[in-house]
Design a protein around this ligand. Structure first.
Ligand code: AMP
Length: 193
């Protein structure tokens, strides 16, 4: 199963990807997680990406496509993967199609979590508070200002990715406002259908 999970920041892509990873025994590939690891490790890519990420902007297509091309070539992604947070631009989506075709592969489905902006801001504030309550460090971009920027980047660049997959007939929309278990169920139904 090769799957893309689309949706605005805070829509629950991470939570649902983790569940899908267990259900299908395929890795969850999050470009956000990979970039945060690069920032933490202080790699050249991390150094380049840090300021952009902290401000809620998008890292260059070239960098993220390179990261994903390498990652999906790893042995654990041979039987499939869930892409979480990638592609975020139409250019990334086109490049992904090319990379997969070169390997004789294609996506099986693209699921979009549909959530409205007002609910997202409330969710991100809750996520930051829950992280603090667990005694963990809040993501540098989980503050209202950076989040607003991330949402703007989503509407300006990522929303068009849905259109790209819709035109290919691959897009399945799921109500991301429902409780977590109901969203998981709706995704399972969309994938079975
Ligand atoms: P996420 O964890 O998916 O919310 O990603 C956190 C941040 O990493 C984003 O706000 C971007 O700055 C960067 N990022 C993650 N994935 C991508 C991508 N596919 N293209 C560009 N920037 C990305």
């Amino acid at each position: 199963m090769r799957l893309v999970l689309l949706g605005p920041p805070g829509a629950g892509k991470g939570t649902q990807s983790t569940r899908l990873q267990e259900r299908y025994s395929i890795p969850q590939l999050s470009t956000g997680d990979m970039l945060r690891a690069a920032v933490k490790a202080g790699t050249p890519i991390g150094l380049q990406a840090k300021a952009i990420m902290d401000a809620g902007g998008l890292v260059s297509d070239e960098i993220v496509v390179g990261i994903i091309a390498d990652r999906i070539s790893e042995p654990d992604a041979k039987n499939g993967f869930i892409l979480d947070g990638f592609p975020r631009t139409v250019k990334q989506a086109e490049e992904l199609t090319t990379i997969l075709h070169e390997k004789g592969m294609d996506l099986d489905a693209v699921v979009e979590l549909e959530v409205d902006d007002k609910a997202l801001l409330a969710r991100i504030e809750k996520r930051a508070q829950e992280t603090i309550d667990r005694g963990e460090t809040v993501r540098a971009d989980d503050n209202p200002e950076a989040f607003k920027k991330r949402l703007e980047a989503y509407h300006a660049q990522t929303a068009a990715v849905s259109g790209y997959y819709k035109s290919k007939g691959a897009l399945k929309g799921v109500d991301g406002m429902a409780p977590i278990d109901a969203v998981s169920k709706a995704i399972a139904q969309a994938l079975a259908g």
